[in-house]
Design a protein around this ligand. Structure first.
Ligand code: MGD
Ligand code: MGD
Ligand code: SF4
Ligand code: MO
Length: 702
């Protein structure tokens, strides 16, 4: 029976799959034991690649919205109509009147990675947005200012570390993020077996926390304070060991000055972790043979996300754990996006421009997505009148989705490049659908760059696309041609990838990768500093101005944290990723949504009692932005005072044409999150800790 080997491109783990198939039918999808990175690991979402492939709701040809519903149109007609309408808006209102939003699957798609840049350029608008600012923007800003390149991101060397401190991440469920570590459970066990320790700091006792050696609850959004107290301790107790970075690290004095004001005793009552515990954590971390502090969504999507990611780097550096085996290391990818974009990655592309309405900073040619709705809705010069969305569902994925929903409904023109008619694309005048998953060839440009081990893997398509279908890159190419008025150069992903591989550090070729369908092992992460730095002086500034200045905002906020008032919104709301869910778009796979309802509000039993809510009861959750109704699930996993709702649900909006998802709609947490609640430094959405209240809507069940 033929077996096809490929990398799963659904999440960041890029697991190797072995897919048995016959006559165009999939018989089984298993983990590929011979994949040098994932070694057989897969998660329950992998089989949904088949479900998406076979999904009758998936679009395969362009459609136009009319008064009588969606009608099929031809590709040429669709491309012409899209280009003409976008240009019309730009001629009338200026180039920035067209906005563009790029969603998460773009970075999991080789063709999009290679062709979306030219498309963006042809669009010629400053109003570009992406999921980055609802996710990991603080990591980029910290990397850019400290290491000189926004993509030079330290990755925890989990296969060799002796101490892993996880702040606001749940890799046993998410399968790792900005840390491609398929089979994270194996790494975690490895740490524990070699006598090491895993510590988790999270307002919920997550799946990862449950398997860790120690878990500390923390009040949402206050991690920066805890990190400052950890740094305070290593400085005060003279545990600083800069090792080989001694001569290239600058600004230590300034860090000392700042950290002096944040003792464990100052932080403890505000974060909810005892001063002794903070002190012990700092000591154990600094004294471990190697250690790494890793912070993800929970440490990024909060009001001090920028400070958190900066301080995490500082903590790793001060304890001698940056660029050390078992510490925070940099990859050496076969397709070296960092090397290629070196000059553009340099300091200066953060904050060069600001958004029109709220003055939020640009990063790498994009504005924070929290500003998108107001940029569409606020009258005046520079207003966005037309939108392009590409592989994104911002109505469900960005803060205050309802406001964006309203904004999209009022546009002069919208095109969605997407495979479904969903909460966002339903507003489009034209939807241009793409191939996806098994119909595409794949090389992961981004996630090899963030992997815990250097490997390279190319996957050819398993199935030929149908003649009427188009790949993402073909759509980009067709629109780029029309928008720029220049004939295409007939580029194709394969030769472009081959060129990038040949120019990369291992001088590989596409042919070599094709000959190794399981992937090529390029070895463990290696120390590479100062050589790999992109800072102009090849030094690492420990105290970049933007972060130093932001400390006063933290201090101001601490005042309000000291007051114990419950007010209208006594709870802090956080999110929750689930193994069988992938952001907003995989709920049309029955295998992933069947069974017990998962879009529930987790609440601590004591809190539930206080607000008069019982297990399974329908509750109303209210924030300053809106209200949703949802079932309560009582759980002592939650820190008292904190409640949790998973994101990506809320499929009952009118016109959504995803039948399975509509039957399991859930409610959208982003109808509660506020677009004004951001990390004021980076502009990243601050999903964590949204103030809410919880009230019963139906009478108690008993
Ligand atoms: N409250 C809250 N909000 C969050 C988060 C959270 O934790 N809490 N997480 C945030 C994070 S980390 C992220 S990354 C964002 C994600 O935000 P988005 O990227 O906006 O949302 P997705 O749900 O990933 O939507 C992906 C879209 O791409 C389409 N699609 C899938 N495959 C393809 C393809 O191959 N080609 C094309 N053209 N389209 C395709 C899907 O149909 C769907 O419409 O959400 C963010 N929002
Ligand atoms: N199954 C599944 N896997 C996924 C995805 C998915 O939707 N489903 N999405 C993918 C994407 S796009 C991404 S970006 C990654 C994200 O990967 P992770 O960051 O590992 O995912 P989360 O589960 O969002 O983890 C965030 C954790 O932070 C905690 N938290 C919330 N607020 C705070 C806070 O203020 N402080 C601290 N210390 N913790 C806090 C939450 O309780 C949660 O456990 O996952 C990827 N993998
Ligand atoms: S963990 Fe991610 S990459 Fe691996 S099988 Fe699951 S969805 Fe695919
Ligand atoms: Mo993400």
């Amino acid at each position: 029976m033929p077996t096809h080997y490929r990398a799963c491109n659904l999440c960041e783990a890029i697991c190797g799959l072995a897919i048995e198939h016959e006559d165009g039918k999939i018989l089984s999808i298993r983990g590929d034991e011979q994949d040098p990175l994932s070694r057989g690991h897969i998660c329950p979402k992998a089989v949904a690649l088949q479900d998406v492939y076979e999904d009758p709701d998936r679009l395969k040809y362009p459609v136009r919205r009319t008064a009588n519903g969606w009608e099929r149109i031809g590709w040429e007609e669709a491309f012409d109509e899209v280009a003409t309408n976008l240009r019309k808006v730009q001629e009338k209102h200026g180039p920035d009147a067209v906005g563009a939003y790029f969603g998460n699957p773009n970075v999991h798609n080789l063709g999009s990675m290679l062709f979306s840049g030219a498309f963006s350029k042809a669009l010629g608008t400053k109003n570009r947005f992406s999921a980055t600012s609802a996710d990991q923007l603080p990591h980029h800003v910290a990397a850019l200012t400290m290491f000189g390149h926004g993509l030079l991101l330290p990755v925890p060397d989990v296969s060799r570390t002796h101490f892993l401190l996880i702040i606001g991440a749940n890799p046993l469920v998410s399968n790792g993020s900005m840390m491609t570590a398929p089979g994270f459970a194996r790494h975690m066990k490895g740490i524990q077996e070699r006598g090491g320790k895993v510590v988790v700091v999270d307002p919920r006792r997550t799946e990862t926390a449950g398997k860790a050696d120690t878990h500390y609850f923390i009040r949402p959004g206050r991690d920066a304070l805890m990190l400052l107290a950890l740094i305070h301790t290593v400085l005060k107790e003279e545990l600083v060991e800069l090792r080989h970075l001694k001569d290239i690290v600058t600004g230590l004095d300034e860090v000392e000055k700042i950290a002096a004001g944040f003792s464990p005793e100052t932080a403890a009552p505000l974060v909810g972790i005892k001063a002794d515990d903070i002190r012990r954590l700092a000591r154990e971390f600094a004294q471990a043979p190697s250690a790494v502090c890793y912070g993800r969504m929970g440490a990024s999507t909060q009001p001090f996300g920028g400070l958190c990611q900066w301080l995490i780097n500082v903590f790793n550096i001060l304890t001698g754990n940056l660029d050390r085996e078992g510490g925070a290391m940099f990859t050496r990818p076969a397709f070296d996006q960092v090397g290629f974009t070196g000059s553009q990655g340099k300091t200066g592309i953060f904050g060069r421009r600001r958004t029109r309405v709220s003055g939020l900073p640009e990063y790498s040619g994009e504005f924070p997505v929290a500003a998108l709705a107001e940029e569409i809705l606020t009258p005046g010069e520079g207003r966005i009148r037309a939108m392009v969305t590409v592989a994104g569902n911002p109505v469900l994925s960005t803060p205050n989705g309802n406001l964006l929903d309203e904004a999209l409904a009022g546009l002069e023109f919208m095109v969605a490049i997407d495979i479904y008619i969903n909460e966002t694309s339903r507003h489009a005048n034209i939807i241009l659908p793409t191939t996806t998953g098994l119909e595409t060839e794949h090389y992961d440009v981004i996630f090899h760059l963030l992997a815990v081990h250097n490997t390279a893997k190319y996957s050819p398509p398993l199935f030929e696309k149908e003649p009427e279908q188009r790949h993402d890159w073909q759509i980009f190419q067709a629109l780029t041609e029309r928008l720029s008025g220049q004939a295409g150069n007939n580029m194709q992903p394969g030769p472009m990838l081959d060129f990038a591989l040949r120019s990369g550090p291992y001088k590989l070729s596409l042919k070599q990768l094709i000959a190794e369908p399981h992937g090529i092992d390029l070895g463990p992460l290696q120390p590479c500093l100062p050589g790999r730095l992109f800072t102009p002086d090849k030094r690492i500034p420990l105290a970049p101005d933007i972060f130093v200045q932001d400390i006063s905002r933290l201090k101001a906020k601490m005042g309000s944290w000291k007051k114990v008032t419950s007010g209208d919104f006594p709870f802090g709301l956080i999110g929750r990723r689930q193994l069988r869910s992938n952001n907003s778009w995989m709920h049309n796979a029955y295998r992933l949504v069947k069974g017990k309802e998962r879009c529930t509000l987790l609440i601590h039993p004591d809190d539930a009692e206080r607000v008069g809510v019982e297990e399974g009861q329908e509750v109303r959750v209210v924030s300053a932005a809106g209200a949703i109704e949802i079932k309560a699930e009582l759980s002592s996993e939650m820190m008292p005072g904190v409640v949790s709702i998973p994101h990506g649900w809320g499929h009952s909006r009118e016109g959504v044409m995803m039948n399975v998802a509509r039957a399991h709609p859930g409610a959208s947490i982003n109808d509660l999150t506020e677009n004004s609640r951001i990390d004021a430094l980076t502009g990243n959405a601050a999903f964590s800790g949204v103030p809410v209240r919880v009230e019963p809507v139906s009478p108690a069940l008993r």
